[in-house]
Design a protein around this ligand. Sequence first.
Ligand code: M6R
Length: 605
Amino acid sequence: MCGIIGILGKHEVSPQLVDALRRLEYRGYDSAGVATVDAGGRLDRRRAVGKLINLSDRLVHEPLRGHAGIGHTRWATHGAATEANAHPHRHGPVAVVHNGIIENFRELRDELIAAGIQPQSQTDTETVALMTGRHMEQGLSPVEAARATLARLRGAFALAFLFQGETDLMVVARKGSPLAIGHGAGEMFVGSDAVALAPFTDRITYLEDGDHAVLTRAGAQVFDGDGSPVARRETRIDVGATAIDKGGYRHFMAKEIAEQPVVIGDVLNHYVKGDRIVLPDGLDFAGVDRIALVGCGTAHLAGHVARYWFEQLAGLPCDIDVASEFRYREPPLSAQSWFVAISQSGETADTLAALHYARDHVARTVGLVNVGTSAIARDSDIALPTLAGIEVSVASSKAFTCQLTVLAILALKAAHDRGRIGDADLARHLADLRRIPGLMQQALDLSDDCRVLSEWLSQAQDVLYLGRGALFPVALEGALKLKELSYIHAEGYASGELKHGPIALIDRDVPVIVLAPHDALFEKTVSNMQEVMARHGQILLLSDRAGIAAAGDGPHATLCLPEGGGIFQPILYAIPMQYLAYHSAVARGTDVDQPRNLAKSVTVE
Ligand code: M6R
């Protein structure tokens, strides 16, 4: 899940490569590098460990000239984040950038070592450069050499090759990992996604699996997996080249949390007209016998919340799974079932693979994606945009609540199509949903309280989150957010599960965050709270006015959420989860928008 970029341009290409890498940094930020070919055909590279800024600084002191270049931002898979492991990898006359994993690299590397070629890094990618360089040294042309290497590779890859002495040539290839070719006027581009290419062109050709292409400034010749020339469609993609800024907030995450009332309003305006739900034709649940909701991380948890809605409102059996398990579980599917892939980026390798599994097993597929140009959007029968706008912070916030809102609308549509609710009930539930943006606006006022509570939370080594019903997955999401942002160990549990093991962890040093609106399950959760307090556990109770009054003065602290939103209240409870994690991270001085070891888009399995 690295980001790659390549440009055959008209100007000095290093600044353009760095600009494009900035737009790809969500894919990884362990190291970055660029390679260029200058007017005299000299291939050279610069690499730096850590954030892109380190590479930019280096280029100021050691500039690279040339109008042809490739660049890379790395999320380390094979080998630590060192300069030697940073891309581009080079061997003699070739430099290579790669996103993905070469699964047979050990075997290939052993062959190279046996031939007397010594790798300089621990990466799988270097093998590609070593093999291609060797082929060229043996007399193959650059294109032939790249092809000979590609024929030996197993695994997932998006690759760009640049060659010494070739000022107007680049070879690119994809299998598994996405790759977009951009067409300019007398310039050509390639990138991991159209967003990276947006400042240069909106004319995009997506390579298909197994394709490779030979690029010159005059255009791209594309070849399919058999090596036959093939035409791939050029489309115009509007992703906007505007600069992405923090809008006065200290972090992107703070901005994105605050945007939620507006973007949820956008989702509702898009999918709900009066008391009617407007979804693409073909999305009818009347004859559907099962639905599978699949995603990774936060997106999976959105599906987990929605399961309660699909089952309770629509009486529709609903499977949820993490995408990495779904396809290997080999679940039986049928033409009467819907498979819903949930993904902010739309590029998550596991979710994409699960979608392909569902498609191959005849289920009808829906891609619930925030990035409308993504692979999951393109490969689904029906793509539903979640309309959160660009989410920059690696930790998901507004993308999650937008996913929840679209899923809520889908569940209501399913309930209505299946005759489980009539027009009046549909209108009542839609009215609840329409209240969410306003209630969220009130919930945003909890930021200061969350900041104060985070001074306490940020001292903890472990934190437990408890919830029942649809609040259970929100508790899981709260724990995930705290872990990824503040690096504090946190676990989410179904409240009723506490006494079956986790209660052994309770002492006065383990904060327990309880999500319990004053609803039908409240009394049961209060009993679980008593069990914690009897063992000197310190409770932070999130509830509404009635719940906080009913809980008495036992909790260590409380956060009062507004009432309303009906069955869709979990959307509201996401906000304090986000703020508690955000402020704890700020208190601990971690890198809020780009937490260690993470990447926004995970394009390797
Ligand atoms: O782009 P996706 O929604 O498919 O990404 C899935 C997960 O990688 C993502 O939700 C991850 O868990 C976030 N960092 C959560 O904040």
